[in-house]
Design a binder for this molecule. Structure first.
Ligand code: CO
Length: 134
């Protein structure tokens, strides 16, 4: 069901510092900051030859990242995103197998303009999982 690794997302307390670290220390290509109010985050994409790293920083009052950063003040891996070809079919198969879909269960449009869903970390070895239809 799952396909390519689309990205690994890392929550960071200081987006400018994290972007500079990836760009200047690690020599990676980084995007401009992109505000995603619907997801409560500002993101920067680090473009790697085989995948992306998404740097996430809280945006707005009810950001899902804020709590994570409270528990992980230095930042840390927040989620991992796998590609699927049909997100509704993937969701329905996973629900049938007992996995929990976060939110209202309906895909939202993610940072890359594609439908995304998040799956409960307790069902996936403690890792928050994002599915993106590509
Ligand atoms: Co993501």
């Amino acid at each position: 069901m799952i396909g390519r690794l689309n990205h690994v997302a890392i929550a960071v307390p200081d987006l400018e510092a994290a972007t500079a670290m990836y760009r200047d220390t690690l020599g990676a290509i980084v995007s401009e900051e992109q505000a995603l109010p619907e997801h409560g985050v500002t993101v920067v994409f680090v473009e790697l030859p085989n995948t992306k790293v998404e740097l996430l920083h809280p945006l707005g009052e009810a950001s899902p990242i804020a709590k994570f950063l409270e528990s992980n003040p230095a930042g840390g891996m927040h989620h991992i995103c796998y590609e699927v070809s049909d997100i509704i079919a993937a969701r329905d198969q996973l629900i049938e197998k007992g996995a929990r879909v976060l939110g209202n269960g309906e895909p939202k449009i993610g940072a890359h303009g594609n439908p995304v869903l998040f799956l409960h970390p307790k069902d996936f070895t403690g890792t928050l999982m994002e599915l993106e239809q590509v």
